[in-house]
Design a protein around this ligand. Structure first.
Ligand code: ADP
Length: 180
């Protein structure tokens, strides 16, 4: 089997991480891309709930406290197989070797504000997430955690952006899979 730059065996199907502030369109994009490119979509929030991979509920932030070790153990075999889209609003606790491409979705602040208020976010939860987007926290986290040449930022303001992003990423998957 071919080797990649790091000298490891190349997976037959790539693993993609789709990250970004909540509301930027990770799940919408992941579902469409999974369908278009025949990949498995793994939503970390859903997995944590389904398999109880958490250490209880955080009242302040109104979410589960993810047990990162349990999540990584749960996913190791699937990630080794390849062909996964991992969808999560954080990216610094996964093993770097898992991913062949890291996509950071970004949304205009006023558009994101409307999406999050529609979702029922308010107060500190709303302002924290808007600040997270303004300061490009996820892009910085992705660049700190993965090789810069596999990290890409994509705009996700409207439906046309979703179509363009899914089509660009599907092409990338096709090309990746056909490379030796
Ligand atoms: N690019 C986009 N254009 C228009 N609406 C979008 C876009 N991305 C997401 N949405 C809408 O915003 C909301 C949040 O999207 P979602 O995919 O759940 O975001 P995330 O998974 O990042 O939290 C949903 O109602 C979705 O339909």
């Amino acid at each position: 089997m071919a080797q990649n730059g790091g000298g490891r065996k190349k997976r037959e199907r790539p693993n993609i991480l789709i990250t970004g502030t909540p509301g930027t369109g990770k799940s919408t994009t992941s579902v469409a891309l999974a369908e278009a490119a025949s990949l498995r979509h793994i939503n970390i929030g859903d997995l944590v709930k389904e398999k109880n991979l958490h250490d209880g509920w955080d009242d302040e932030f109104d979410c589960y406290i993810i047990n990162e070790d349990l999540v990584c153990d749960e996913l190791e075999d699937l990630m080794e197989q390849g062909g996964n889209i991992v969808d999560h609003h954080g990216c610094d606790f996964f093993p770097e070797r898992w991913f062949d491409y890291v996509v950071v979705l970004q949304t205009d602040n006023s558009v994101l504000y409307d999406r999050l208020t529609k979702r029922g976010y308010e107060g500190k939860k709303l302002s924290n997430n808007i600040e997270c987007e303004i300061f490009q926290v996820l892009l910085e986290e992705a660049r700190d955690s993965y090789k810069e040449d596999i990290v890409v930022a994509l705009k996700s303001d409207n439906i046309d952006d979703i179509d363009t992003n899914v089509s660009t990423l599907s092409d990338w998957v096709r090309n990746w899979s056909s490379l030796p």
